[in-house]
Design a protein around this ligand. Structure first.
Ligand SMILES: *Cc1c(COP(=O)(O)O)cnc(C)c1O
Length: 356
């Protein structure tokens, strides 16, 4: 039985992508070789990589002033790699503190330079997005997390700032059209909305590089990756391939506008159901709710456990909240069919009726 997959990450991928990736493990493009067996400098893989890079630029509507890289180490490595490349020892970077991921990014940046917290939602357990930012005029950049996977908040606007903008888009990349040209650097671990674990997408505007004095180990230096045309060392070949297939799927299914429309349908249905059932308590301020991760509570740990058991019995996985915030979380990434959310909403109504 195919599960209703509400996992927060690694998470649901389109069925067509899984089918094609599975076939490529045995025979990639009729080469008689597995995608796992081909060299990363062969024309076979180079075609995959260049197509993936092109899809990123197409979806983001970016030109030649940007470079697309696929790097190891997950989004967590970017918490370090961003300041290592962009923040001089005596300089200051501005960071938004809207949850555990942004918090981790701040801690890592402090290893390299100074951090000014431009805004924090810690006063209300990160259940909202700050509307006012305090950004030092000389900040090297402003860093924020577009979607707070754990807390269930999402920025529905791009912060207004003159300093270079950097975003961790790990859990909502490609869920909606955006003016991506407002950003100097975008990164995203692939395993939430664009593919398999093991690779991070990094999109960087070239004009922000090379401005600091620190020596950078080549493998951590964006410029070295760009010089090597994204083949400085062996990239995670299979993970890049899956992300390329997912972008093909996004484009074939109407692109980012269509992804946003579907995301809104799913989120509207889920949040309207939560709002209509007094037993369930969605924690996030309405205007800041995430299209991707809905976080909510039940009145007691016993009810939470009962609800989770019920989910399990009904083939619904991934509903337990992150260990740091508890409660429950339903993740609804691009590949999620509306029918899975409908099934979840039915279950919520039944559960609510039983406990009315
Ligand atoms: C999952 C996640 C991360 C961490 O990603 P890793 O690939 O595990 O390093 C960072 N930021 C956000 C917003 C995330 O959702």
């Amino acid at each position: 039985m195919k599960m209703h997959n509400f996992n927060s990450g690694p998470s649901i991928l389109p069925q067509e992508v899984l089918t094609e990736a599975a076939a490529a493990i045995h025979n990639f493009n009729n080469t008689g070789l597995s995608i796992l067996e081909i060299g990363h400098r062969t024309s076979y893989f180079e075609a995959v990589l260049r197509e993936a890079q092109q899809h990123v630029k197409t979806l983001m509507q970016l030109g030649d002033d940007y470079e697309v890289l696929y790097l190891h180490g997950g989004a967590t490595t970017q918490f370090m790699q961003v300041p290592m490349n962009l923040l001089d020892t005596n300089a200051t970077a501005a960071y938004c503190d809207n949850g555990i991921w942004g918090d981790k990014a701040i801690k890592e940046a402090k290893l390299f330079g100074k951090v000014a917290v431009a805004a924090s939602s810690a006063d209300k357990k990160h259940t909202y997005i700050n509307k006012q930012l305090d950004i030092p005029a000389d900040a090297a950049y402003l860093h924020y997390t577009t979607n707070n996977t754990v807390e269930g908040t999402q920025w529905h606007h791009i912060p207004d700032t003159q300093v270079p903008l950097i975003a961790d888009m790990s859990s909502d990349i490609f869920c909606r059209p955006m003016d991506f040209s407002r950003f100097s650097l975008i990164y995203a671990g692939a395993q939430k909305n664009i593919g398999a674990a093991g690779v991070s997408l990094v999109v960087v505007k070239k004009d922000i590089l090379g401005k600091i004095s620190r020596a950078i180990p080549p493998i951590m230096d964006y410029r070295k990756h760009i010089e090597a045309e994204a083949l400085l060392n062996t990239p995670p070949v299979f993970a890049v391939y899956v992300s390329m297939l997912t972008m093909r799927w996004i484009i074939a299914n109407g692109g980012l506008a269509a992804m946003e429309q579907k995301a809104k349908e799913r989120a509207d249905l889920l949040y309207n159901t939560l709002d209509s059932l007094p037993l369930f308590n969605p924690t996030v301020a309405k205007e800041d709710r995430s299209l991707m991760n809905a976080v909510f509570l039940l009145p007691t740990p016993e009810l939470e456990k009962e609800f989770l058991d019920l989910c399990k019995q009904n083939g619904m996985v991934g509903v337990k909240g992150h260990r740091s915030v508890g409660g429950l979380r339903v993740s609804m990434y691009n590949a999620m069919p509306l029918s899975s959310v409908e099934a979840m909403c039915h279950l919520m109504k039944d559960f609510s009726n039983k406990h009315a």
